[in-house]
Design a protein around this ligand. Structure first.
Ligand SMILES: Cc1cc2nc3c(=O)[nH]c(=O)nc-3n(C[C@H](O)[C@H](O)[C@H](O)COP(=O)(O)OP(=O)(O)OC[C@H]3O[C@@H](n4cnc5c(N)ncnc54)[C@H](O)[C@@H]3O)c2cc1C
Length: 412
């Protein structure tokens, strides 16, 4: 039986979190083109933003998000993001995500362009891995059907309504058809389109291409975020050095060893990502170097290795002790602000087709995503997709007029 209520394409945080909520409403199939945990989510370091700390508020988070987005955020979507954030964090905690604590309270870190510490993290800089492992374990326990190594190749649309997905079984070479009432694209971004990227191999923009082929609206594709600080060592992948490192006091220096960020912004090393990435490029051009440096040698070594265990270990494995030596870095493609256009309920312009996570464009990030707002956007808007489909399942007058319940209706 290849018939489900929901087909979810992708098994990062967007796919898994959505699947756990969808399971409450019907049968769920996850199709994912690699192993379940191969995705951008697993590599997220800094954490997830939410205004839950003393002295913080949804209003402050709202303003920081708009300001980072360079005037191009959708203010209504941002309002939803910041106001629903605390409840979605509670959901993640209830699912078992082990956020770090300090003195019995959730520990909050500061990242660039956030006016206060508001980033929850897990395992120091291993937030994504903890989220992925926790949610994939839950999905398996929830008896959701998960087909790994199945590459979605086509969204099936009949008479303007989504009916399912065609997928290529990478292990047998056969193509299979799966039918459903709703398809949720959770296929992530496309950093791999660029030579230097922090993204893993799976990030090839598939969902956006599939949606486009099916007739869905795509938007804001010109907004691609380059993370300012990816490791730049010959023969080594551009491993991400989290923004939280500068949040803890890391300083950017040019090839001549000079601190330069205050030449470009009053926020100095804590300016927003786009400003820092551009400033680094200017400095690289000025000094004729293909890199600048991040300096944490003035921070207590124990603090650095305990707060950033993954980064510390990765660099050490490549003969770089960051507590003693400057870290060579350069910008790298990191995050797609644009994607499949959705409204505030994750709905696309095609009946039955939804998009969540990095593949979607809800409008919250504008031209430049505020650090750690991505994981948050996933959970806030994924929840809204399921609130919407739950509504559609209710036998309301409107639903009877507009749907024989064979598919989900939406968009006025
Ligand atoms: C190194 C790094 C660090 C980051 N740090 C942070 C951070 O600290 N905070 C933050 O908020 N954000 C961070 N981000 C961004 C954030 O991790 C991602 O935006 C988020 O995890 C995206 O989740 P997703 O579920 O939408 O996509 P992904 O996690 O990328 O999952 C996509 C899934 O879709 C599958 N897939 C793709 N195409 C197909 C297809 N055709 N058929 C079947 N399956 C398919 C993939 O195999 C994968 O399972 C970071 C990103 C990176 C790369």
């Amino acid at each position: 039986m290849n018939q489900y209520d929901y087909i979810i394409v992708g098994s990062g945080i967007a796919g898994l979190y959505t699947s756990l909520l969808a399971r409450e409403q019907g049968s769920v199939l996850i199709l994912t083109k690699g192993s379940i945990d191969e995705c951008n989510t697993k590599y997220a370091q800094g954490g997830i933003a939410a205004a839950i700390g003393h002295g913080d508020s949804a209003e402050l988070h709202y303003r920081d998000t708009l300001s980072a987005g360079a005037g191009l955020c959708d203010p209504e979507a941002v309002r939803i993001l910041v106001e629903e954030a605390p409840d979605r964090i509670t959901d993640l905690i209830n699912f078992g995500v082990p956020f770090d604590t300090m003195d019995g309270e959730v520990a909050l870190a500061r990242e660039a362009a956030h006016s206060v510490p508001r980033i929850l993290h897990a395992g120091g800089d291993a937030t994504g891995e903890h989220i992925e492992v926790t949610l994939s374990r839950m999905a398996r326990l929830a008896k959701i059907t998960i087909l790994e190594y199945f590459l979605a190749t086509e969204i099936i649309v009949e008479d303007g309504v989504v009916r399912g997905v065609r997928a290529f079984d990478c292990r047998t070479g056969s193509v299979e058809e799966f039918r459903s009432r709703a398809v949720i694209l959770a296929t992530g971004g496309g950093g791999r389109l660029f030579k230097f990227t922090t993204n893993p191999d799976i990030a090839t923009c598939d969902g956006i291409a599939l949606a486009y082929d099916a007739g869905a609206e795509i938007t804001d594709m010109e907004f691609l975020q380059f993370h300012p600080t990816a490791l730049r060592l010959p023969g080594v992948i551009p491993f991400l050095i989290s923004e939280a490192v500068r949040g803890e006091g890391g300083i950017l220096r040019n090839a001549e060893g000079r601190q330069f960020m205050f030449d470009y912004s009053p926020e100095g090393d804590l300016a927003s990502r786009d400003i820092v990435a551009r400033s680094i490029l200017y400095e690289m051009n000025k000094t004729g170097s293909d890199r600048v440096f991040l300096d944490v040698t003035h921070l207590p070594p124990r603090k650095t290795s305990a707060r950033f265990p993954q980064i510390y270990r990765f660099c050490l494995d490549h003969s770089l002790d960051i507590t003693k030596t400057l870290i060579p870095i350069a910008p790298a493609a990191h995050y797609m602000m644009g994607g499949v256009k959705t409204n505030a309920w994750g709905e696309t312009n095609i009946a039955g087709l939804f998009a969540a996570g990095e593949a979607a464009c809800t409008g919250v990030h504008g031209a430049n995503r505020l650090a750690s707002n991505s994981l948050l956007e996933v959970v806030v808007f994924a929840k809204r997709i399921l609130q919407r489909t739950e509504e559609a399942l209710k036998p309301s007058e409107l639903a009877c007029q507009r749907s024989d319940k064979d598919y989900f209706y939406f968009r006025e």
